[in-house]
Design a binder for this molecule. Structure first.
Ligand code: SF4
Length: 292
């Protein structure tokens, strides 16, 4: 089972959407479902992330980007993402997405840590690959930070969220997953106190920063919850193999409104009715199995 924050978020919002995107990954066209079912907005966020990593890597080599170069790179990356979707988008929408991305980027570049890196305040820092996973037990964990910066003998692990969900109690648990990732990877210390965690996420028009100090207990707790997530995902996956119609639907109507599967899911049309129909189907199934 694979765990990442993105997978977890979707699983909690709608197990059915999670299964359609990650549980059954290959479409009839052979393209991974996780790619074809992305909304243009999500592709813009993905393009931003790609360019952020490229720009940070250049910063590490002492190369600065002009606003013109930034716009060009964002445009190229966004176009590349859109080319992989079955239906393109209108030019005006594309340009609007590009403007959003440019705006967010300009504000991100004013954040404290980026300015400090530009000023060469810290000699030891690394840009990390989010796609680099570690295996813990039977789980594959995608929890790499985007940056690791050594500041006064402590590793500051920093994650950028291009679109952050409202603040929630599980934020610390999700941030602690970065420590788990670091401990299972060569080159980082084993002690939790050797780390400090930062998440910088875009929420309601601003970049918000949160900081956590991990402890042995909080990281252990994080691992337990992560295992619990994976177990729940495995159960939904098994359940879906027998009949997709019984998979739990979204908990909130607004999840369906922005869901890329809504055209092929009963919940997309009317979540309340789809839930009632599902309950009736379930009762019928129980009735039939009690007769046999
Ligand atoms: S339309 Fe709603 S219920 Fe159906 S998969 Fe999407 S979020 Fe889930």
């Amino acid at each position: 089972m694979e765990w990442s924050r993105t997978r977890r978020d979707l699983f909690l919002k709608c197990p059915r959407a999670w299964y359609l995107r990650y549980g059954n990954p290959i479409t009839s066209s052979g393209i991974p479902e996780s790619q074809t079912s992305r909304r243009p907005w999500d592709l813009m966020l993905r393009a931003m992330k790609e360019i952020l990593v490229e720009r940070l890597e250049d910063l590490q080599e002492g190369k600065q980007w002009s606003p013109l170069l930034l716009e060009h790179q964002l445009k190229y990356s966004l176009q590349k993402q859109m080319d992989q979707t079955p239906n393109g988008i209108k030019k005006r929408y594309f340009e609007a997405l590009l403007r959003y991305a440019n705006h967010r980027f300009a504000l991100l570049w004013r954040s404290r840590i980026i300015r400090q890196l530009e000023q060469r305040k810290y000699p030891c820092w690394y840009v990390l690959d989010r796609m680099e996973s570690v295996s813990i037990g039977k789980q594959r964990i995608y929890a790499s930070p985007d940056l690791a910066v050594l500041i006064q003998n402590k590793w500051h692990l920093i994650r950028f969220d291009m679109q952050s969900a409202p603040k929630k109690s599980s934020d610390e648990f999700e941030a602690n997953a970065m420590v788990l990732w670091a401990k299972y990877r060569d080159g980082f210390p084993q002690s939790e106190s050797a780390f400090r965690l930062h998440t910088i996420g875009w929420r309601r028009g601003f970049w918000h920063s949160e900081t956590f100090q991990p402890t042995k207990d909080s990281v252990e707790q994080s691992y337990k919850l992560l295992e619990y997530d994976c177990q729940a995902m495995l159960e939904v996956h098994r359940y879906a193999q027998s009949n997709l119609a019984f998979l739990p639907l979204a908990t909130m109507k607004k999840t369906c409104q922005s869901c890329s599967f809504r055209l092929r899911c009963p919940g997309g049309e009317n979540l309340a009715i789809a839930r009632q129909e599902q309950t009736l189907l379930e009762l019928e199934r129980q009735f039939v199995s009690s007769k046999t």
